[in-house]
Design a protein around this ligand. Structure first.
Ligand code: ZN
Length: 108
């Protein structure tokens, strides 16, 4: 299994343009960002890549998210597969995402 995302921020690259020029924001309420999502921001292509997104129960019902399904981020024009969903609290679910990189144009 290629578990590249298990490495520290140094090992991460942008899945869309493969740049290593990324800023990693770790989910956590204790840090300065107060982030509920975990993501990378690429300095080269400016895309935000989500690793974990937090949803309320209502959003989960509306989105009908399931492990194995495709998660679309229309704001970024990116898509992911949902690797797993964890319940994090009474009204919070965490969706773990794997980027589905578009490689059709990457033939050299
Ligand atoms: Zn990029």
């Amino acid at each position: 299994m290629a578990e590249r995302e298990r490495q520290g921020p140094e090992g991460r690259i942008c899945p869309w343009c493969e740049s290593a020029d990324i800023r990693f924001v770790q989910r956590g309420y204790a840090g300065p960002t107060d982030a509920v999502d975990q993501y990378l921001v690429c300095g080269a292509c400016q895309k935000t890549t989500y690793e974990i997104v937090a949803k309320s129960s209502r959003e989960m019902r509306l989105g009908r998210y399931k492990a194995g399904d495709v998660y679309q981020d229309r704001a970024q024009n990116t898509s992911y597969s949902i690797s797993r969903i964890l319940r994090a609290g009474r009204n919070e679910f965490l969706i773990y995402l794997k980027p589905l990189a578009h490689r059709a144009s990457a033939v050299l």
